[in-house]
Ligand binder design. Structure first.
Ligand SMILES: Nc1ncnc2c1ncn2[C@@H]1O[C@H](COP(=O)(O)OP(=O)(O)OP(=O)(O)O)[C@@H](O)[C@H]1O
Length: 242
């Protein structure tokens, strides 16, 4: 079952091609790493998937719904943290989520607070939900961001460089949370990052891009086979410089 379909997507800025004729699918249950050097077009593609900008050409489908034609249904299946999540620092994590849950029309008024408490529990913030966000560590803010992404019960979660700025403990917590959400809740992930070692620990698949073009996609095992005795990092650098 395809959760995300990227079909011949092109996006230009003036004459410059930011993303060119890109196609790939993400299947249900994948944790897919999205890698490419700085400026490769990762954020641009993610912004198109999450409906923040329009593709110039091509189609994006989420759970079969076209993001342009069936926007509400398509985006209703996705939770995303694209730029660092912004919460009101002087409000508690729980109150921030109680505000944000109102944006989900499919969650009735009576179900809002229980849903907020449920997602706080899932991300391990139940004990800190009533504290102001300004007292949270970056790792906790990131988990609150994932809690926000979970509110609408998404099939797919998209994270754009989620480990940025996190310390090793925060990275480990994030890793465990992604794996738990994938394994226990069946959520498919599409995660952009420059931390190949980290992605290697969690990803079943990879999509590799360079200068707006797809370079390679496949399973981690296939990549390992291709890389042979080289590390994925060495092989990645080779792909990017050849
Ligand atoms: N609106 C725009 N107009 C012109 N150029 C843009 C625009 N948005 C992005 N770019 C350029 O498109 C290229 C791709 O940017 P993008 O942020 O998608 O890359 P990225 O792969 O996410 O990079 P990074 O790993 O550094 O986050 C960059 O060279 C960027 O400067």
């Amino acid at each position: 079952m395809k959760v995300l379909e990227i079909e011949q997507i092109t996006k230009k800025a003036g004459r410059r091609t930011l993303v060119g004729d890109m196609s790939f699918d993400i299947m249900q249950g994948d944790v897919c790493g999205f890698v490419g050097p700085n400026g490769a077009g990762k954020t641009t593609l993610i912004r198109m998937i999450t409906g923040l900008i329009r593709p110039g050409e091509g189609k994006i489908r989420i759970e079969g719904f076209d993001v342009q034609r069936d926007r509400m249904k398509a985006l209703g299946q996705v939770g995303a943290i694209v730029e660092s999540p912004i919460f009101f620092p002087y409000m508690s994590g729980r109150d921030n989520l109680l505000n944000l849950v109102k944006l989900h029309p499919n969650i009735s008024k009576e179900k809002r607070a229980p849903r907020v408490d449920e997602v706080l529990r899932i991300v391990g913030l139940e004990g800190r939900g009533k504290d102001k966000v300004k007292t949270y560590s970056l790792g906790m803010k990131q988990r609150l961001g994932i809690a926000q992404a979970l509110l609408g019960d998404p099939k797919l979660i998209i994270l754009d460089e989620p480990a940025n700025g996190l310390d090793p403990m925060g990275i480990r917590e994030l890793r465990n949370l992604i794996l738990e959400l994938n394994e226990k809740h069946g959520i498919t992930f599409f995660v952009s990052s420059h931390l190949l070692d980290e992605l290697q620990r969690i990803c079943s698949r990879f999509v590799i891009i360079k200068e707006g073009r797809l370079v390679w996609q496949g399973t981690q095992e296939q990549w390992q086979q291709m890389a042979g005795s080289r590390s994925l990092e060495d092989h990645f650098v080779e792909m990017m410089t050849s």
